[in-house]
Design a protein around this ligand. Structure first.
Ligand code: GCW
Length: 681
């Protein structure tokens, strides 16, 4: 269909499959009969999707002879029918797949769509090659489906090589440069392309000294990484330091200074000279010690547009993170509320960001907790391209020691009807409006990857399901258990293992929530590494993450009436739903309200009894997860079985620690006994 690298990948995949399973590949049928004799037809029909213009939308690549008419007629014969079945306009990445007139057919608007269609065919398995006519169109709902790696090029003394990484070292970098052997990167690229990921950030958003030089001194290595991703339809991005012009010899990094603007324009030109399809920059500015425009009295729109204008001539994009807050907060100061920060900083700038800026907003107002409300920023910036950021790496959800399937959490976030007109978070990220018309400001989903050089890629082998689920939800799938089922079917040879894996993972997010910080209050983790319980670990620190528990009660008053006013950042009805203890959902009660231990929840239980019960139940559920997993023995590869068993053993130990510390700590504070009489230490 074309000679680009992605179409070449499709051809190579089919060649590999025919070698393994039989049959043969015809890449350029010359007659109608040749083409129509094939059992499987894969074709790119061009984005206009109109058969009459197919020859015009498929110009031969320069230097190639014109397409033969019979070939076009053959493809058209099939495509004509198919377009009549469903779609007259084909979007980028879109494909149609199914059985048609006794043949299996994949048609797509572009090479990426053909690749996605081929992999969709593989997911169907044998069923794709027989059966009655049945044809579906599919397309990614999000334009951007991106994974960010928080990888350092060298091992950082505190954070290790991968910040918040729980799967070993980086698959990209070693000793300050790109690895010589990129075979694992090639496998990763193939894996991500198979589920529609189309962008990857190659380095940590906390840009340290060594990584600040990537942009200028290590482009050959970055180009090799781009070469590995390109055949799978994935563009690469670099995290850059806003202060880079200073290390480049300038006196200032002021975004309004013409020399600084020239410096960035030159830097961008240098990158595109080496990597013509480079994606752009990811930037964490004025956040947790990273430099930014505030130092020069400028705002985040000035900062983001500086980089956007350097990238614009080359078609690049800036992902500018909204994770900006005061991390030097005085814990005594109750007027500052970290949850408010992103909204307060960014919503006044709505409308000022250039078109090639994407504001990257964490799903919650705090920081990737197991339970937070969704960030009000997501519904508050209609004039800004906005991507929602999730965390596949399990920083606050068990660090790939605990089996926690996050697909369930993300699906709940994405379908939350945040906007006043009822639009869900996932719709806003995708830029869909009520009538499903795509808006100009569509962006998508970004997540922090959980992959490293670990033998099982993700430390906990079952954490692979989270990587898969992110990609499938970013594509547009909505049912997290169906996605999990798909992953199980593709991962394990023996289908009889499925019930055990479902029993471990299906409800594991809720299980984790039960034995950790209760009712949306968050944190209570050990400072620094964030693993394991420490009720007061962050209580008197500068990080703005407090629970305010005393002998009478617990929780943070974020109401407009008596608290920090954070509820006022939400559109109706949520500003009122969250404002009142009467209507605030139980699972978020302590995020929004400070209540007595004896406050009665909608569930009928008191807050204190809820803590006692859920912590006991959560631990018991982990024990059940272990029992379920034991039934997989002999049905999955031994090394895989053993690694999961080892992790579940640690999860059981850790869940017991959480249970006992939280039950004891809350008992000591409240003085109220557990009504069930279970042991408290
Ligand atoms: O969750 C916090 C992490 C930091 C991280 C930061 C961020 C990359 O603890 O390690 O830094 O978020 O998202 O920028």
């Amino acid at each position: 269909p074309d000679d680009g690298p992605v179409a070449d990948t499709v051809v190579a995949e089919v060649a590999r499959a025919t070698e393994q399973f039989g049959g043969h590949l015809v890449t350029a049928p010359v007659t109608v009969d040749d083409a129509l004799a094939c059992d499987v037809v894969l074709a790119i029909v061009g984005s206009a999707g109109e058969v009459g213009t197919a020859s015009a939308t498929m110009p031969p690549p320069p230097g190639h002879p014109p397409r033969t008419d019979p070939y076009l007629r053959a493809v058209q014969a099939v495509v004509e029918d198919l377009l009549a079945l469903g779609s007259s306009v084909l979007n980028p990445g879109m494909f149609g797949l199914g059985r048609h007139r006794g043949r299996t057919v994949v048609v797509a608007a572009d090479a990426a769509g053909l690749l996605y269609g081929l992999h969709a065919l593989v997911r169907r398995g044998e069923a794709a090659f027989s059966g009655p006519d049945d044809f579906v169109w599919d397309l990614p709902v999000n334009e951007i489906r991106m994974l960010d790696h928080w990888d350092n090029t060298v091992v950082h003394p505190v954070m290790g090589q991968v910040e918040r990484g729980y799967a070993g070292g980086s698959i990209f970098w070693t000793d300050g440069r790109v690895r010589d052997d990129l075979s694992r990167v090639a496998q990763y690229a193939r894996l991500l392309g198979s589920v529609g990921i189309n962008a990857v950030g190659l380095n940590n958003v906390n840009v340290h000294a060594a990584e600040a030089r990537l942009l200028t001194d290590h482009l050959d290595g970055v180009a090799r990484l781009a070469d590995a991703f390109r055949p799978h339809g994935i563009r690469v991005f670099l995290s850059v330091s806003f202060a880079a012009p200073l290390s480049g010899g300038l006196e200032t990094a002021d975004p309004l200074d013409p020399d600084v603007q020239r410096w960035w324009a030159d830097a961008a030109a240098g990158v595109y000279e080496t990597i013509p399809d480079f994606g752009g920059f990811v930037v964490k500015a004025d956040s947790e010690g990273q430099p930014g425009p505030f130092a020069y009295g400028r705002d985040h729109a000035d900062g983001a547009n500086l980089l956007a204008r350097a990238l614009a001539p080359f078609g690049g994009t800036v992902f500018w993170r909204a994770f900006v807050y005061d991390h030097h907060q005085d814990w005594r100061d109750r007027s500052t509320d970290r949850a408010r920060a992103a909204y307060d900083h960014f919503t006044p700038l709505d409308g000022r960001f250039d078109d090639n800026v994407v504001l990257q907003v964490k799903y919650g107002p705090m920081d990737f907790q197991a339970r937070e409300p969704v960030s009000p920023v997501i519904a508050a910036m209609p004039q800004t391209r906005l991507a929602v950021e999730l965390q596949v790496t399990q920083e606050y959800t068990g660090q790939q020691q605990h089996a926690v399937y996050l697909g369930t959490q993300w699906a709940e976030i994405l379908r939350f009807p945040l906007a006043e007109d009822g639009r869900a978070v996932g719709w806003i990220a995708a830029g869909l409006s009520e009538d499903h018309e795509a808006e100009r400001r569509a962006a998508g989903l970004v997540a922090v990857s959980n992959v490293g050089d670990d033998e099982f890629w993700t430390g906990h082998p079952l954490a692979q399901a989270n990587l898969y689920a992110f990609a499938r939800l970013a594509w547009g799938e909505e049912d997290p258990v169906a996605v999990l089922d798909e992953w199980i079917g593709l991962t394990f040879q023996d289908p009889s293992v499925a019930p055990a894996v479902h029993a471990v993972l299906d409800d594991s997010w809720h299980t984790y929530e039960k034995y950790t910080a209760p009712l949306g209050v968050g944190f209570m983790v050990r400072p620094g590494h964030h693993y394991g319980p420490d009720v007061d670990g962050y209580e008197y620190t500068a990080w703005g993450t407090y629970h305010l528990a005393d002998r009478d009660g617990i929780g943070v008053d974020r109401t407009r009436a008596t608290g920090t006013g954070f509820t006022g950042q939400y559109p109706p009805p949520w500003r009122d739903v969250y404002e009142s203890v009467e209507t605030c959902p139980d699972e978020l009660l302590l995020f929004f309200h400070h209540v007595p231990w004896t406050h009665v929840l909608h569930s009928g239980s008191t807050v204190i009894q809820h803590v006692y019960d859920t912590h006991a139940d959560g631990y018991d559920e982990v024990v059940q997860m272990m029992q379920s997993w034991a039934t997989a023995d002999g049905r999955v590869p031994k090394a895989f079985f053993d690694r999961v068993t080892e992790r579940l053993t640690e999860q059981e130990r850790s869940a017991r620690e959480w249970r006992d510390q939280l039950r004891s700590a809350f008992h000591r504070r409240s003085g109220i006994p557990d009504a069930t009489g279970r042991t408290i230490y």
